[in-house]
Design a protein around this ligand. Sequence first.
Ligand SMILES: *[C@@H]1O[C@H](CO)[C@@H](O)[C@H](O)[C@H]1NC(C)=O
Ligand SMILES: *[C@@H]1O[C@H](CO)[C@@H](O)[C@H](O)[C@H]1NC(C)=O
Ligand SMILES: *[C@@H]1O[C@H](CO)[C@@H](O)[C@H](O)[C@H]1NC(C)=O
Ligand SMILES: *[C@@H]1O[C@H](CO)[C@@H](O)[C@H](O)[C@H]1NC(C)=O
Length: 418
Amino acid sequence: MTNGKRQCRPGTSATSIAMAALAVVLSYMDGEVLAVCPNMCNGHGECGLENVCECETGWDLVADCSLKECPTGVSWGSKAYEENTAHVVMECSNVGVCDRVTGSCSCPSGYTGSACQRLACPNDCSGRGTCATLGQAAEFYGVTRYGGVGSFVYTNWEADMVMTCICDWGYTGGDCSLRMCPKGDDPVTTLQESPRVAMTVNATDGVMEGNFVLTFQGESFAFPANATQFDSTDCEAAFEGLGNLEDVTCSRGDVGAEGGATFDIELVAFPTFPHQNNVFSHDGWPGLDAFSCDAANITGATDPVCKFTVLQDNNLKEYEFCSRRGICDFETGRCDCVDGFSRANCDVSESQITEDLDADVLELYTTLANFTGNVLYLKTERESSSYFNLIKAASEGENTFVLAGDGTLRMYKVRELF
Ligand SMILES: *[C@@H]1O[C@H](CO)[C@@H](O)[C@H](O)[C@H]1NC(C)=O
Ligand SMILES: *[C@@H]1O[C@H](CO)[C@@H](O)[C@H](O)[C@H]1NC(C)=O
Ligand SMILES: *[C@@H]1O[C@H](CO)[C@@H](O)[C@H](O)[C@H]1NC(C)=O
Ligand SMILES: *[C@@H]1O[C@H](CO)[C@@H](O)[C@H](O)[C@H]1NC(C)=O
């Protein structure tokens, strides 16, 4: 342009006239163009060259800028464009219908978000859970695990689209509507072991400072990386501080120069009322991937790791609903124990049953020669009364011996022996 002006300056007056004429023609054409652009671009665009509307962003679906476009999202369904690759970005995520006046997506039921780009959680998780994307749910396990098991971040196409309920502790089901019953060890199966894992913290160089953060089935604690500051007692207390573990024993091995050590961890008992839900649950063996460790906070050492290995994962005690000796009512969360079993989780056998012909069904004894206590002491908070018995014995339903609550003794067939 600047160049052009310089070239024009020495021109004749004829050239000036021609230029002026051209300007008039151009301005005339400009007016013509405005007049023939379709529907004057509906106020959502400007009329450009060749009578084409230059629509505002979001209005260029049709030539006259009259239809609004809707928000876009990763399509739920579309044609794959490479091997195992699909889900291009499309309007209303290719599942909703666009309202061309308002530019908002109308989503089919079960889909939500401005571009129908997310699934809705069923029943809003019944008010008993958190609605999370798959990506968020993955974070519940700890996004980054240094040297631990199962290091991962979830980034598949539906990571931010598919929603799932993460139920509050004690609730389960896709919509968190089910109450979990008490769990326990089946009292009938005996001679079983508790799960045991070894946890090794270590580094290749330097001395570890800072904290590891341990996560077990969605619950966490931080512990000092310098194992000198985390002995067996500390370890036990830390694990038992988790709501999903009741009784733990922990034994620390020698502490190395890097501050590392190996801990032998036995999960002796899990709580009767489970700290479990639809994503964190097990029946006695939580699995090695239930443990993870974050070393992001460790300084002073190279390649800090926190690894877990299995020490005992077979012949394990059960941790099942109603201890397998009752039926769980998932509406009330209560066990209906079968006959002969009791307690909230049915883990106690009410009677000792024997199949030996000549066995003692119940034997109480003391081995102390100087014993001065009671071998059997029956106590009641009720005052002395004939309305209850302290002892009752019967054969085939017929009383043979009764010691009533007021001290009355009835023996139904007293025979003189001497
Ligand atoms: C580890 O902890 C022990 C006990 O607190 C301390 O004496 C030792 O200096 C620590 N090691 C390092 C390298 O910080
Ligand atoms: C920690 O790593 C060092 C160096 O690799 C090694 O010598 C030491 O035995 C390890 N300690 C433990 C407890 O694994
Ligand atoms: C590291 O641990 C300290 C002390 O527990 C804490 O204040 C800090 O936030 C942690 N940093 C990271 C990155 O986790
Ligand atoms: C038991 O009694 C004997 C004597 O009868 C006595 O020598 C012994 O010390 C007592 N043992 C205990 C533990 O009291």
